[in-house]
Ligand binder design. Structure first.
Ligand SMILES: Cc1cc2nc3c(=O)[nH]c(=O)nc-3n(C[C@H](O)[C@H](O)[C@H](O)COP(=O)(O)OP(=O)(O)OC[C@H]3O[C@@H](n4cnc5c(N)ncnc54)[C@H](O)[C@@H]3O)c2cc1C
Length: 335
């Protein structure tokens, strides 16, 4: 099989060749995919969903990359209010959220506008995720992992912590059949909706407001234009201690409590503190996005290596100026 370049499989459109790329479009083809990988005596393939959180290296990947492109949603009644919604891992999150809103199912409306697939979900799904089914490559067996076993935390999960061990095949959420969304906790979203914090507007209204809010903050992925090639936020919001937090707030750095109860400083503010601004040129073909300092966009002339070098320099400069360590958010694929 001819090597296939990884660039078109990622939203950054960077990355060299992989030895093999296998696209799984039909869940029924999974056994054939496993068989094909076993033929090459590989411990486990690398996995891609929508490629919206990945920096694929210029040298590419030695081995197989499996692209999860499976689609499909099924729903099953659990009780009068609860519906178990099972989604194929390759199903786009935006489509799942729109489907749930149309079905008057609440619980995932705030994930509107996040590019990517259900198999690569972030922490925000921890409230509604019930279980996933995943292929365990070492055991060569399908496993069912309950949500609590997935160790979902701020931008972290069991699967991110142990790459290559499992490939998620489906995710099952328990959503609530109701005309009202979950209570709105985020003030800018409440303002967008014209309701007080804690209100429960209709699910479809919240979905629309989340999209409008993300649009205003430059957090939607557009296929064309100067901000098309990106992975969203490039650094995690770094943790700060309770003793340090007031000092950062006093100088204007937003500090929020994440869903794990940990205090985190704004990585975007820290980048601005060292002089970055929206649209700022950082290197040949690498800029801050037009709307957001924390999103970097790539253009002609950029490589995966130059992007990673820029991330390293930014982290170093922030550390020098503030003593705070920044950790990149996107995952590196390849060498
Ligand atoms: C404009 C923009 C806005 C964003 N906003 C947010 C946001 O608000 N919140 C947020 O959390 N993220 C955000 N992101 C980042 C990204 O979209 C999410 O992390 C998304 O969940 C990644 O999904 P993906 O399918 O593209 O994963 P990929 O980029 O393809 O993969 C990411 C990681 O997940 C692994 N993976 C993918 N599929 C599977 C699978 N089936 N089984 C096992 N492992 C798998 C990959 O191996 C890789 O390690 C944003 C990105 C962009 C470009």
């Amino acid at each position: 099989m001819a090597p296939t370049t990884l660039a078109p499989l990622t939203t950054l459109r960077l990355g060299g060749p992989a030895d093999r790329v296998l696209t799984v479009a039909d869940p029924a083809d999974w056994a054939d995919t496993v068989h094909a990988i076993d033929q090459h005596d590989e411990p486990a393939p690398a996995v891609l969903g929508g490629g919206s959180n990945v920096i694929a290296s210029d040298a590419g990947h030695r081995g197989t990359v499996v692209v999860m492109n499976t689609r499909g949603i099924t729903a099953e009644r659990v009780d009068d209010r609860t519906v178990a919604v099972t989604v194929q891992a390759g199903h786009p999150l935006t489509d799942l959220v729109a489907w749930a809103a149309a079905e008057h199912l609440a619980g995932i409306e705030c994930l509107a506008g996040i590019p990517g697939t259900a198999g690569a979900y972030g922490q925000q799904v921890s409230d509604t995720l019930h279980h996933v089914t995943a292929w365990h490559w070492q055991d060569g067996a399908l496993q069912v992992l309950p949500a609590h076993g997935c160790h979902l935390r701020y931008r972290q999960s069991l699967f991110k912590a142990r790459p290559g061990r499992w490939t998620i095949l489906t995710a099952t959420f328990h959503l609530t059949r109701t005309n009202q969304a979950a209570a709105v906790a985020y003030r800018p979203l409440a303002d967008e909706l014209g309701v007080p914090v804690g209100a429960r507007p209709p699910v479809a209204e919240v979905t629309a407001a989340v999209l409008a809010n993300r649009h205003g903050r430059g957090l939607l992925l557009h296929p064309y234009g100067p901000d098309a090639r990106q992975v969203g936020s490039v650094f995690l919001n770094p943790p700060v201690t309770a003793a340090d937090a007031p000092r950062w707030s006093a100088v204007g750095c937003p500090v929020h409590t994440d869903s794990d109860g940990r205090l985190r400083a704004s990585a975007g503010w820290l980048l601005e503190h060292i002089g970055c601004r929206p649209g700022h040129r950082l290197a040949d073909g690498i800029r801050c996005s037009q709307r957001r300092t924390l999103t970097l966009t790539v253009h002609d002339g950029a490589t995966a290596a130059s992007l990673r070098a820029v991330l390293g320099t930014l982290a170093q400069d922030v550390h020098k100026a503030t003593g705070i360590e920044l950790t990149p958010e996107p995952v590196v694929l390849g060498t």
